[in-house]
Design a protein. Structure first.
Length: 458
């Protein structure tokens, strides 16, 4: 969820003042906030902070029970509870003081605030996400977390996902190495959207102290043309209901919940962007394309000889080497598909969030960002695989996410190798490996001609 109404490069004083305003305007929070953080051992008795996630809770939600720290040999999953208003002083002093540890912030790192729609990764309600760059992102630890008295985790990243609730966190994720504080918007939010014929019925949930005369503003698009839109506006009734006219075929929809004070309470966007807000109201049954069938087949069967799953990886990231090796291995075997935006456990996580965050300072829309990413992926692959192979890279919306498919054909000029290091790889099961002597001999032998085959047509 990319968020809107961003404020970048805040000073610590500006961040504290914005937080004070937010707490004062809402005044509907539990007194304590939960802070969860992960420490990863770098060297003996030297620890890196992988991520810190702080979460405020509203008065109408049940507070979770405190959780005991999980202390593995090389990873510590920690939790503290602190007064919510202590974060104001935290920003002013440029350090996070917890009962068990103190984290000084690096003053020349960026501090941002972003407004997220309801049903975001942190809460069902909309709210402000404060982010502070904590440190340089450390290399991910892929060791198994194994302890007699603690839950098993296949690797550190899986433990971090479960502990922080950020289930889509990846090795290259923009949130790694950051302090995150999410403060929900308590006063009003879009509770439900429903299509009934040509009407869009809206239900707004708000507390008694919220200002009256809220309005829904936005627009819908009938097609992909940016200029072909119709504006929408309606005042929310005292019971929280509102109704808008909407044609049956809508390509894109954007709605914003505003107050007379110019406060933004919530929003809903879908069509052009990954879904932000409540459930989709534009969903229409469409014929399944061949690419969709391939993804469905891959998710059903899992990674193997012809399928490989990866999260979003920028070609400049060292982990992109794995994509290059996989493409070489596919070309030397049966061909195959690399899916960027699908996790190892077959969950569709998409590439959109990381892509939007990496391009947040670039004035281009999402589709242009996707096209640029496809171009860099293609360029990186073509520059490393020799001899050249006709790799294809496409983008497809799937399961409310955006997935990139790298299609690698069976090579007709085997063996293929990496231009850097001159190594060649083959696919063995779901792994890219160096060929053994027998496999290498097969790769280097000339292709068989029809007369050499051991069978004949009847």
């Amino acid at each position: 969820m990319s968020g809107i109404s961003r404020k970048y490069g805040l000073s610590f004083l500006e961040a504290s003042e914005l937080l004070v305003d937010s707490l004062k305007e809402n005044a509907f929070y539990q007194e304590l906030a939960r802070v969860r953080y992960v420490l990863v051992e770098r060297d003996r008795d030297k620890w890196d902070v992988a991520i810190i996630v702080a979460h405020a809770f509203t008065k109408d939600e049940k507070m979770p029970e405190p959780t005991k720290e999980l202390d593995y040999s090389s990873v510590r999953l920690c939790e503290d509870w602190v007064p919510l208003n202590s974060f104001v002083q935290c920003f002013k002093n440029a350090r996070l003081e917890l009962p068990s540890i103190c984290f000084p912030f690096v003053k020349n790192r960026s501090r941002d605030r972003t407004f997220l729609s309801g049903n975001n990764r942190f809460h069902r309600r909309p709210g402000h996400l404060y982010t502070v760059d904590w440190q340089d992102t450390t290399h991910a630890n892929h060791d198994i977390l194994l302890s007699y008295n603690l839950p098993y985790c296949p690797d550190v990243l899986a433990a971090v996902r479960q502990w922080t609730g950020l289930i889509e966190l990846t090795d290259s994720h923009v949130y790694r190495g950051k302090f995150l504080l999410f403060v929900p918007e308590c006063r009003a939010y879009i509770g439900k959207l429903a299509r009934v014929g040509k009407e869009l019925q809206i239900n707004v949930v708000r507390i008694q102290s919220c200002e009256p005369n809220l309005r829904i503003k936005g627009a819908y698009w009938k097609d992909s043309q940016e200029t072909n839109y119709e504006s929408l506006e309606v005042t929310v009734n005292s019971d929280g209901s509102a109704t808008l006219s909407l044609p049956e075929e809508v390509h894109r929809l954007e709605l914003f919940l505003l107050g007379p004070s110019e406060s933004l309470y919530d929003y809903h966007r879908e069509g052009r962007w990954p879904l932000e807000g409540t459930a989709s109201v534009l969903t229409v049954e469409k014929p399944i394309t061949s690419d969709e069938k391939i993804i469905q087949q891959a998710i059903k069967s899992g990674e193997g000889v012809t399928f490989e799953f990866k999260p979003y990886i920028a070609p400049s990231n060292p982990k992109f080497e794995e994509v290059i090796r996989t493409a070489i291995a596919f070309a030397n075997k049966l061909g195959g598909y690399i899916f960027l935006g699908i996790a190892d456990d077959c969950r569709v996580i998409g590439i959109e969030r990381e892509l939007v965050n990496q391009n947040r300072n670039v004035a281009i829309d999402f589709e242009q960002q996707v096209s640029r990413y496809i171009g860099t992926v293609l360029q990186a692959l073509r520059g490393r695989i020799i001899p050249s192979v006709n790799v294809g890279v496409t983008s497809i919306p799937f399961a409310e996410h955006r997935v990139i498919i790298v299609k690698v054909p069976v090579g007709d000029e085997m063996p293929y190798r990496d231009a850097q290091g001159d190594r060649l790889y083959i696919r063995r099961g779901g792994n890219n490996v160096l060929p053994n002597n027998e496999e290498l001999k097969e790769l280097l032998s000339p292709p068989k001609q029809p007369d050499d085959l051991s069978w004949r047509n009847a």
